[in-house]
Design a protein around this ligand. Structure first.
Ligand code: NAI
Length: 340
């Protein structure tokens, strides 16, 4: 069996620490991957390269696959987010983020099982901001029929493939009547045209968030535009133990980039305190993606063994500090490896 060429972007802050730990687990599980390391973000700038080097983009285009650590974005100044640029350049239009309760991670709820589908290329994150006159700026929210239908189609197809029963769209079309109105209309059209076997409902996002924290079991798949998806992903992470345990996939037609929902966590970077589980779970999503798209049975086998091993580790109380344990990043990876 030929291993799959995969781009690895360690990223910034805790990125290299969690990426190193995940790589150790993948190697120990005989995951059929050959990694090609490329830089992006502050790490690329520090190496004298562009913040998102062409070589990194080209490598992802060539291999169609990447595992990515978080990249730092300066607040209120400086370069455009590498993450946003990457998603736009590679047309990674669907962010898919499963949010599930984990055995051994005690939270307010035991039974959270949500998937967030986030439109990943437009909305306010299109980054069209202008200084109009001193003291006045505008930030443009972009919504297109094509991108709204594209994410809706992918979301309903996903539901059908995975046996998911219901899609809830979070929106604010009562205020942003045109942009969110267009998004809502497109999703409803796609639903009515071919997916009436899947239940479909809408919630105004503020009330939807209230319901989400009160009783997450009333939701199944949540579909929303870019900015709402970003915020609600972190909110939902809080329901299952935090940002250390929520993975993600950025999917396009030709490429897929897997990354945790969390950022570069500068407050704990370089201290070996980061939980590598979210990136490890993202790697498991990547292995399952290889099974689904390339029929790779060895990827599926490695994914299942890693999943079993991390669940067992958590069940045995082997946890990093964010989950109330005392393991450092590498020690958690070792605990997973022992249980493979
Ligand atoms: P963050 O997600 O990096 O951190 C928020 C809080 O969660 C911090 O207290 C952090 O210590 C904790 N945390 C995050 N991941 C953790 C992990 N694996 N284990 C244990 N604790 C963890 O969000 P923040 O601080 O708002 O952003 C920091 C930087 O990351 C910013 O530059 C931001 O732009 C960038 N960012 C990058 C993303 C990406 O590359 N996809 C996503 C989100 C933020």
């Amino acid at each position: 069996m030929t291993p799959h060429d995969t781009v690895l972007i360690p990223g910034d802050g805790i990125g290299p620490e969690v990426a190193g730990a995940v790589r150790k687990v993948l190697d120990a599980a005989d995951a059929p991957l050959t990694f090609h390391e490329h830089l992006a973000g502050v790490a690329a700038l520090d190496a004298g390269l562009d913040v998102l080097p062409d070589a990194t983009i080209e490598a992802i285009r060539k291999h169609g696959l990447a595992l990515k650590g978080p990249c730092t974005t300066p607040v209120g100044e400086g370069f455009t987010s590498v993450n946003v640029q990457l998603r736009q350049k590679l047309e990674l239009f669907a962010a898919v983020r499963p949010v599930r309760s984990l055995d051994g991670v005690k939270t307010r709820y035991d039974d959270v099982d949500l998937v967030i589908f986030r439109e990943n290329t437009e909305g306010l994150y299109a980054g069209v901001e202008n200084d109009i006159v001193p003291g006045v700026v505008t930030s443009m929210k972009i919504a297109t029929d094509a991108a709204s239908r594209r994410i809706a189609q992918r979301c309903f197809e996903y539901c059908r493939q995975r046996g998911r029963q219901k899609v809830t769209v979070f929106h604010k079309a009562n205020i942003m009547k045109k942009s969110d109105g267009l998004f809502l209309r497109c999703v409803k059209d796609v639903h009515d045209d071919g997916f009436t076997d899947i239940a479909y409902e809408t919630r105004i996002i503020d009330a939807g968030c209230m319901k989400l924290v009160q009783d997450p079991s009333q939701f199944d798949v949540l579909l929303m535009e870019n900015f709402y998806g970003d915020v609600v992903s972190d909110l939902a992470a809080g329901l299952v133990g935090g940002l250390g345990v929520v993975p993600g996939a950025n999917l396009g037609h030709d490429c897929a980039v897997f990354e945790a929902v969390h950022g570069s966590a500068p407050d704990i970077a370089g201290q070996s305190k980061a939980n590598p589980l979210a990136l490890l779970m993202s790697a498991v999503m990547m292995l399952n993606h290889l099974h689904e798209t390339r029929g790779c049975a060895a990827s599926h086998d490695a994914a299942e063994r890693i999943k079993h091993a991390y669940n067992q580790a958590l069940h045995d109380g082997q946890k990093t500090r964010d989950l109330g344990g005392d393991l450092n990043t590498d020690a958690f990876a070792d605990a997973v490896i022992e249980r493979l």
